[in-house]
Design a protein around this ligand. Structure first.
Ligand SMILES: *Cc1c(COP(=O)(O)O)cnc(C)c1O
Length: 467
């Protein structure tokens, strides 16, 4: 299996080489040259597998350049920190079942992909005999998932910028309590956009980037997308009966279109998925696109800070991979859509609107702060279950698309403990923290403070990067 760019300008590359790159050299995103497919017999055979075994099978279709035994070792190690089921399913009422993606070390679904990415990137670096210094900016979930997945690795170090005083106490503790030598938490005197701009400036300086072996593990990373495909298969196998060729629908609380894109891959691979329901919060550029066919990204200033912060996006970096399929894999049409975006601030697929549902099964909806609170309360009253604000956005929108006879699975993208304030606001409950989380909250913290200054950051990286 080789990977090509959505913009047509990249030599086909194998999996291990693709995952060390960010954007393709032509500015596009890596996609499989042909999507692998899975037949009914294979699906039935997969019912008996554990989560790591299933991950080996699914990822084996994408990472054909990695021997099976190596892949099996990596998936076992990646999902070892999780409870035995790895991804448990639980019904909250007759209509909806939650898919528990937040059982990992940082209590959010990003662990599902990052834990595997940590394994496979280290493996690819070993094969190449090189090292990687990961430079990123975070407002919370991504940074902590990356650090917990990459801590203690020999060939990788992490330089993670975060805005001073802008993260929750829980998020700070998750990142800053790590004392591994390869983890550098850099607290910038600025807001998240300042952090991201610093990253862009350094990553845009190609000489510096090469000299310091800089890379990224952001949401466009191919290893993350492929690792996320696994749990769609897993959830389908758990939610359907042996021999039944039942379609199920998934609702996905969405931001950068990474998670739902993996569901779209699973559907293209032949998994019987009826609807992929995209749930957005108030920053609903994607809901707008799937309802109207017009995609109009917003500026940072137009992007609201909401109570489901991990879905606060202005543009959806993975959407290009969907557009590539929408235009029949014609890279020139992808390029012209992005040219429209540059020239006019939007692109327009109104003419293809009916295909969004009929061909691709994607529908969408929006949830607001009031919806979130009401949903958390309604679920709590009905089942005693406490869901996090992002999952609540999913539950709210999922209800609009429940169909008789079609199981509706809602992805639980975080645990409520990460967002205790919103839970208190919704139901007046103080969440309890298990002892290991309390210990983390009380542990000493270690950071490097820095002004919003490119030169200071360059010097810091030069002094601390792996070579
Ligand atoms: C990252 C994140 C999302 C959004 O996922 P995308 O892949 O960016 O669409 C939703 N919920 C939580 C809790 C997250 O951390």
């Amino acid at each position: 299996m080789q990977y090509i760019s959505t913009r047509g300008g990249m030599q086909p590359l194998p999996y291990c080489e693709t995952l060390l790159e960010g954007l393709a050299p032509d500015g596009g995103l890596a996609v499989p040259e042909t999507m692998p497919t899975v037949d009914g017999e294979t699906l039935e055979r997969w019912r008996a597998l554990t989560y790591p075994q299933l991950a080996t099978e699914v990822l084996g279709l994408f990472a054909t350049d990695i021997p099976r035994a190596d892949l099996a070792r990596m998936t076992a190690a990646a999902y070892e920190p999780f409870p035995e089921a790895v991804v448990p399913l639980r019904a909250i009422d007759d209509d909806l079942t939650l898919v528990g993606l937040s059982e990992g070390p940082t209590l959010a679904f990003k662990d599902m992909a990052m834990q595997f990415l940590g394994q496979v990137v280290e493996y690819a670096l070993e094969r190449k005999g090189s090292v990687l210094n990961i430079l990123g900016a975070t407002s919370g979930d991504t940074g902590s998932a990356a650090e917990h997945a990459l801590r203690g690795k020999d060939r990788i170090s992490v330089f993670m910028l975060s805005p001073k005083g802008r993260m929750s106490a829980f998020q700070r503790a998750q990142m800053f309590s790590l004392d591994d030598e390869n983890i550098h938490n850099i607290v910038v005197d600025g807001v998240f956009d300042d952090c991201q701009n610093l990253v862009k400036k350094l990553a845009g300086d190609l000489d510096f980037k090469r000299a310091q072996n800089l890379g990224a593990v952001n949401s466009i990373n191919l290893a993350r997308i492929t690792a996320q495909v696994v749990y769609y298969f897993w959830a389908w196998l758990r939610a359907t009966d042996v021999g039944g060729w039942t379609e199920v629908s998934f609702t996905v609380p969405s931001g950068n279109f990474g998670n739902i894109l993996s569901g779209f891959f699973a559907k293209q691979m032949g998994l019987p998925i009826r609807r992929l329901v995209l749930a957005a919060n108030e920053n609903n550029v994607l809901d707008e696109f799937f309802r109207t066919g017009v995609y109009r990204p917003r500026s940072a200033a137009q992007t609201l800070a909401t109570s489901s912060p991990s879905m606060d996006i202005s543009k959806a970096s993975n959407l290009e991979r969907f557009i590539f399929e929408l235009v029949g894999r014609d890279a020139s049409r992808v390029v012209s859509a992005w040219k429209d975006l540059d020239d006019k601030g939007h692109f327009d697929f109104t003419a293809d609107l009916s295909r969004f549902i009929e061909e691709f099964g994607i529908v969408s909806g929006t949830s607001t702060h009031a919806d979130r609170l009401a949903t958390i309360e309604a679920v709590y009253d009905a089942s005693g279950d406490i869901i996090d604000p992002h999952t609540a956005d999913g539950v709210k929108v999922a209800r609009e698309y429940v169909e008789p006879g079609v199981p509706m699975l809602v992805l639980e993208t975080a645990k409520p403990q990460k967002f205790a304030e919103t839970i208190r606001e919704a139901i007046g409950v103080e969440l309890e923290y298990p002892s290991e989380l309390r210990a983390m909250l009380d542990a000493p913290q270690r950071t490097s403070e820095m002004a919003d200054d490119e030169h200071e950051l360059r010097a810091f990286i030069e002094a601390n990067a792996l070579r």
